[in-house]
Ligand binder design. Sequence first.
Ligand SMILES: NC(=O)c1ccc[n+]([C@@H]2O[C@H](COP(=O)([O-])OP(=O)(O)OC[C@H]3O[C@@H](n4cnc5c(N)ncnc54)[C@H](OP(=O)(O)O)[C@@H]3O)[C@@H](O)[C@H]2O)c1
Length: 268
Amino acid sequence: MGNWKDKIAVVTGASSGIGAATAKKLADEGLLVVLVARRLERLKKLAEEIFQKGGKAQVIIADLTREKDRARVIQEVTGRFGGADVLVNNAGLGWYGYGAEMSWKTAWEMLQVNVEAVAQLTLGFLKKMRERGSGHIVNVGSISGSIPSQGVALYGATKSFLDNFTTALYRELRGTRVHVSVVRAGPVKTEFCETALQRENGMHVPTERVGVTSEQVAQRIWKLMLRPRRVIYVPGWLRVVPWAELSFGWVIDRVGPLLLRKQKRADA
Ligand SMILES: NC(=O)c1ccc[n+]([C@@H]2O[C@H](COP(=O)([O-])OP(=O)(O)OC[C@H]3O[C@@H](n4cnc5c(N)ncnc54)[C@H](OP(=O)(O)O)[C@@H]3O)[C@@H](O)[C@H]2O)c1
């Protein structure tokens, strides 16, 4: 069981959804949270809420599509605190529709935030964690990374990257007190689907009305920090998904296209 009181947690994408709920939870548990995202007003409001409850928070505005901003997050946190004890790579964006209709602008942004930012921030903070002999990197992945699905071709691939990256680092660090984990989440009720829909040629995400709450995910992340593991599923029953892909991928090959076509017609 880790003692996280007064430790430094960097949470990306803290301006809404899972990131905001996780930042609140970690602040409630006594960590100083560094809130990272683009929307200043939202981060200021969240920091204020945390102060009111006696917690500690700092804000860093960063556009994670920009390499310079990502480097500045690492520099500022290292300069102020000597490094991060916890890094929650949560910022991410999605898009639903036919891959052939996805704009390069959306694809590029997704690759920058979902993949490159995770790689740069992880490598930027991991070295100090290893030197100190403690730390935890939590990557907010998705069940889409375990089951290639029509409609989320690139998004699912970015989340497969997270699975692979996490597992490899976990194996490198096993036996040390530095942990790397991935949270394979199913649908969560946040602004995620709305943001995806607003992008060029975006369709409604079929699961937009279902899902667990951000607070439930935040609670699971906190438990994960207390008992580190390589992977957790939220909700837990989703652990059957990788097995289902292996056993029944051929069914999805047939049914998947029909479901996407149906959604396309519903959106028309
Ligand atoms: N909701 C779901 O169903 C679901 C399911 C599985 C996994 N996930 C994963 O959970 C994570 C959080 O998503 P969410 O559901 O909480 O969605 P959300 O409410 O839309 O939050 C996304 C967060 O990412 C930040 N972000 C996006 N682009 C950014 C950029 N260029 N620079 C900095 N920050 C950026 C946003 O902040 P700003 O806009 O203020 O920059 C926001 O705080 C994502 O990685 C997502 O893939 C979500």
